[in-house]
Ligand binder design. Structure first.
Ligand SMILES: NC(=O)c1ccc[n+]([C@@H]2O[C@H](COP(=O)([O-])OP(=O)(O)OC[C@H]3O[C@@H](n4cnc5c(N)ncnc54)[C@H](OP(=O)(O)O)[C@@H]3O)[C@@H](O)[C@H]2O)c1
Length: 300
């Protein structure tokens, strides 16, 4: 199939580009080629390339910046989805779009199914939900994939941040954690322990997207790596796998970090529908992390 992939230089986009190019003709576009906020540019790109599928992996993903740049965040995460859906509608083109567990409020105590009520608690989540609504209202030929806690080779992410902190040992707060170097004794890394979710390797999500394409699957799907943990448990595992056994990871509360955007306390997504549709389950997050760290070594 001919696929137009928007956001192909992003963390997920670059893995989609690699994975889907094995079986399909993929045309990648990112900020240098297109501004998806422009209806005109979306219309032109889609009519000129005439793809069978448009995949939108472009987004405004800095969750904290969204709090102070509501307009910019809604332009990319909501209005641009409207542009893409409108441009695809006349040509009946299949749209595959990505969303997030942050459309939920995190008050659940069991994994969210695809039809669970949405109730975002930050601007990023609101903007992604608005994008979902445009997609659902304007297209009857879409696949909406919600995912969570992404990390990959080609982007800033939690795993990379923890490894950088571990290497430097004296940085202060960049992500869900902060480090305090001590003159003697072990270095301490403080990481939040009151948010639970499913870390997901973008390479696995790209493979799962390829499976959904093979199955011609439409509708909403939740796709993450299998299992769940807190950010604190994730950090402990990252450091253990990477051989940083002298760093102590101290659990802290989200409120200790004073970040601009609130995060849902619980973000586990049920992947039963994906398993039922494709006949395949994603690998556990611990194995995905090992794969990622091996790939990091190979790429330096
Ligand atoms: N990251 C996560 O933890 C996470 C979790 C759940 C769901 N998701 C969703 O998964 C998808 C992929 O996320 P990601 O982390 O891979 O994103 P990413 O690394 O931030 O990549 C997004 C790409 O879109 C580009 N882009 C931004 N604005 C654009 C515009 N106006 N026109 C054209 N391109 C534009 C970005 O370019 P610049 O870099 O130059 O801005 C970047 O290359 C998104 O839908 C995101 O909401 C992500």
């Amino acid at each position: 199939m001919k696929i137009l992939l928007l956001g192909h230089k992003g963390m997920l986009g670059s893995d989609l580009m690699t994975r889907l190019s094995a079986d399909h003709q993929v045309i990648g576009m990112d900020k240098e080629e297109i501004d998806i906020v422009s209806p005109h540019e979306c219309q032109n790109a889609i009519s000129e390339t005439a793809p069978d599928i448009v995949i939108n992996a472009a987004a405004y993903t800095n969750v904290d910046d969204c709090e102070t740049d509501r307009e910019g965040c809604f332009a990319v995460n909501a209005e641009a989805v409207k542009n893409i859906a409108e441009a695809c509608r006349n040509m009946k083109i299949w749209i595959i779009h990505f969303s997030t567990d942050y459309v939920f409020d995190g008050t659940a105590r069991e994994p969210y199914h695809e039809d669970a009520p949405c109730n975002p608690i930050n601007v990023y989540g609101e903007s992604k939900l608005a994008g979902e609504r445009y997609l659902q209202n304007l297209s009857d030929n879409y696949t909406l994939i919600r995912t969570s806690w992404l990390y990959g080779l080609n982007g800033k992410n939690f795993v990379r941040a923890i490894l950088e902190k571990a290497e430097a040992k004296n940085y202060i707060d960049v992500t869900m954690a902060k480090t305090n170097a001590k003159a003697d004794g072990p270095s301490t890394l403080s990481v939040v322990d009151d948010q639970i979710g499913s870390p997901t390797y973008t390479k696995d999500l790209a493979a799962a997207t390829a499976l959904l394409i093979d199955k011609n699957a439409r509708g909403i799907f939740h796709v993450t790596n299998r299992g769940s943990c807190t950010w604190h448990q994730f950090a402990v595992k990252i450091l253990q796998e990477a051989g940083f056994d002298k760093i102590v990871v101290e659990p802290i509360k989200s409120s200790d970090l004073k970040r601009p955007a609130m995060r849902p306390a619980y973000g586990i997504l049920s992947t039963q529908k994906f398993i039922h549709t494709t006949g395949k389950a994603t690998q556990p997050w611990q194995l995905a992390l090992q794969n990622y760290l091996e790939s990091c070594k190979m790429h330096n």
